[in-house]
Design a binder for this molecule. Sequence first.
Ligand SMILES: [Zn+2]
Length: 339
Amino acid sequence: MNVWLVRTEDFNEKSLVKIEELLNAYDGPLTFNSHKHIIPTSISASGSIHPDEAMIYIADFRKSHKIAQTDFVCLYTNTRLTNNFFTHGDGLKNFMIHSADWGLYTNAGNEFPDAYLLYSNILKSFVYENYDMMYSHMHKDSSLGCYMDLCIHKREILLKLRTADICDKCLEHIHAKHIDGRIIGQILDAFEGLRKQLLFRNRLQLETKLSRLEITQKGRFILTDYGNIELKFSPLRKAIYKLFLESKQGYTMADLLDSDGKLIKLYQSFQPNKTTEELSTTIKNICDPHSMRIHEEISKINAEIVKKLGERISVNYIISGERGEKRKINYNSIKDKTY
Ligand SMILES: [Zn+2]
């Protein structure tokens, strides 16, 4: 089941990709895809968008890109909604989310509430047949921490995200609908995972616990105890990182040259569509002692880890060591037990 993410002109493309990545960190039938289509901000002369108007633009988008009726569409914007809501849905699998101003309440990154709101909108659309029915069930008291709290202030949405809770009454409604368990599982995993990631970001300076690292069947590198933070690597970097994960002693660059057979096999497991010859040429180039390629690849791997985990915790996960010496990953328990 596809969910298409589109944006208005004033919503940064990189932010949309960040949200997409975060949404896809939880396995299940829902697949999130950021779309190149842009809705011009000039649609609103008043500086705000009327939700009904936005729904018309989404309908046009659906038509021109032949989006299946069963698919969801969510429009992200930094333009205010005329009714000052943060999110709106029409009950027909179309949503919009106003993403500005989160920075006033959290330093963790807009992508967390932006992703949470979409998962929560999708859940509501499975439980309630139309907008009016959904709205009538929303808790007018926003302090329950339930996903159905009607939040007047953005900080209340962050409270919902921190609790990731669903009250007993709402659980009953969900249960009564007999929704596909895999969809519910994915949404609940996302609620819990996003909560953990948000807390992890907020406590980055204090966090001492290290997370297990899991390589999923689809070849994704997931830090399961940090709410499924994903380390995004190219297939080549996945192969190099896994090679280091599998070695206690680590490798000097000269050792790598001798391990090229192992590296080719790992590379193949992440890049099955290339021929053995192509894979082997790439690996031979990477391991060439006269080339700087391997150092560049390791720096890129480490940069991704530092970007996701911050400097302090990253020392346990990066490939470290001076040039000329053995380079290795310090944190033994992620290597021994958990991936
Ligand atoms: Zn509730």
